[in-house]
Each structure stands twice: as structure tokens, then as C-alpha cells.
Design a protein around this ligand. Sequence first.
Ligand SMILES: Cc1cc2nc3c(=O)[nH]c(=O)nc-3n(C[C@H](O)[C@H](O)[C@H](O)COP(=O)(O)O)c2cc1C
Length: 306
Amino acid sequence: MVTSRLSVSIAGLQLENPTMLASGILGYSAETLGSIAAGGAGADITKSIGLKPRVGYANPTVVQANCGLINAMGLPNPGIDEFVEEIHEAKRLLSVPLIVSVYGFSAEEYEKIVKKAVEAGADAVELNVSCPHVKETGSEIGQNPKVLSEVVRKVRCTAKKPVFVKLSPNVTSICEVAEAAVEAGADALTAINTVKAMAIDAETMMPVLGNKVGGLSGPAIKPIALRCIYEIYERVKVPIIGCGGVTSWQDAVEYFLAGASAVQVGTAIATEGPTVFRTITRGTDVYLKTKGFASVREIVGLSHRR
Ligand SMILES: Cc1cc2nc3c(=O)[nH]c(=O)nc-3n(C[C@H](O)[C@H](O)[C@H](O)COP(=O)(O)O)c2cc1C
């Protein structure tokens, strides 16, 4: 049984517990989003949706690495006009907030997609400005504070719902990018997207992924994400949503202590199953009770005290 110790508010969005489905992992159909909520997630984030349908890259698109996965899906998606139906259906099914992840090739595109997603019922949007493997969107926007500001400012003016900005770790200074996003109006930051990576097969002597380069996720990137959250927390005031390798309640607790107000879980669904959310929230609840905290909010950023 989940208690009120776990409830959080992220930029006005009320969550019964501080876990969310990370974008792109099972996030297409209303049914799969429903099964993740049934597994105990406090909110669902959809796969990133663009203005037009996209097929994505040729296989292989995912390869197992030592401590995680490397993926280069190429942002396959049906396009926002078709996806609107899925948003309607998900809103009918879900009792948890629905956050629609959005990517675009220009500020105008982001604005158009966000408008349609919010009109269809999205409770918040997450701007994917950090995909490491599709040219002219993703990282190419999120690595440039000036371009990123333009995108966030445009979306913030139009969106009537909270705007989360998902940051890339593939930058020299994640704090500089985080500050640009917040100054432009981001209501919360998600840290981090995948870390640029690749795999080569010694037998064929060739890169494994169809796109050659992809993004690393899972336990391998947890220490990187933790460091990013810790640094960002010292520089901005908006809530941070931690993402990258969260697999257990201990991981989640470390993220809260670093400064995250909630965590997203992706790759761990493949290794632990959809009930990983319940395992994380139950473990966190017991930890808080044992340590004498009345709310998860009390431990956010606690590792920064001197
Ligand atoms: C197969 C796969 C597809 C993904 N697709 C998206 C996506 O569409 N949009 C996005 O913002 N992130 C996407 N991601 C990144 C995840 O949302 C998350 O940031 C990353 O995997 C780190 O979290 P994890 O270690 O818990 O998986 C994808 C990750 C994987 C493994």
C-alpha cells in the first residue's frame, strides 16, 4: 500500500508517487501505458511524437551492452495527428497523469505539436531536445543554449500545461543548458537522455546498430545521471526529474538525495518487468519511514547540506 509520504507535485502536476515511465519504453499504445500505470507508475510519458509520421532506422535498432542497452530507434512514430486518438484513449484509461513527449525540427514544429497534444488532453509535455541519434533535432537543439531557448520560449507561450525539458548529457556543461531552459520558461527539467555510444561486432568487424551510433541507457549511465542532477540542483530552482539507470528503490533514493523530485524508469522495465515501479515506491516508502521522514520531499537535495 502506497502512502501519502510518496505524493509529490511537479510544476503543479500531482503524482501519487514520484515514479514515471521514461519516454520511448513501451510508450505507444494506450493499453501499454495502462499496464505501466497498473504496475505502479505515478505518471506515464509517451514515446516522442513528431509533426509527421517517421519510420525510424533499419534494424538492428537496439543492442545489449555490458550494463545497459544501446538504442538508435530513429524516433519512429505515427505523427501527432494520428497520435491524438491514442491520447484520447489513454486519457479514458489512465488514472495517472499523461505526459506527451515531443520532438521537432524547429521551434515552430515543437509549438504546433505541443498545441495539438495539449488540446487532445496531455497533462504536461516533455520536450525531447536530447535524442543523440537523429540529425537536426534532439541533441542538436539541446546542445545549443540559444536554439534551445527559442524552442522553450515558443512552447511556453502556447502550452497551457507544464513544460518539462529533457536534457542531454552529451554536452560540455549541462548546467549552462539547464539555466538556458529555465530562463526561457521550462517548468521542470528531466535529466538525462541517453549517452552517445556504439557497439562493434568483432566477428563481422562492423558497427552493430543500423545507424552505427546510438544512445546508452540502463545501470551503466546511473553515475553520470546522478552527477548531472547534483550539478543542476545547485544552479536552478525548478523541479528536476531524474532519469538514467534507475532499477531499484536505492537508486531512486540516491536520485532524491542528489536533488531529483521524481524519477523516470526505462530500461529496468526490460530487466525487472512493469512492476518495478511498485518495488521502487514500496522500498522508498519503507526507507522514509525507517529514517523518520514524513515525505519524500524532505529528502530532495539532502546530500547537498554542508
Ligand atoms: C529503446 C529506447 C527508446 C527510447 N526512446 C526515447 C524517445 O522516444 N524519447 C526520449 O526522450 N527518450 C527516449 N529514450 C531514452 C529514455 O527515455 C531514457 O532517457 C534513457 O533510456 C535513460 O533511462 P533508463 O536508463 O531508465 O532507460 C529511449 C530509450 C530506449 C532504451
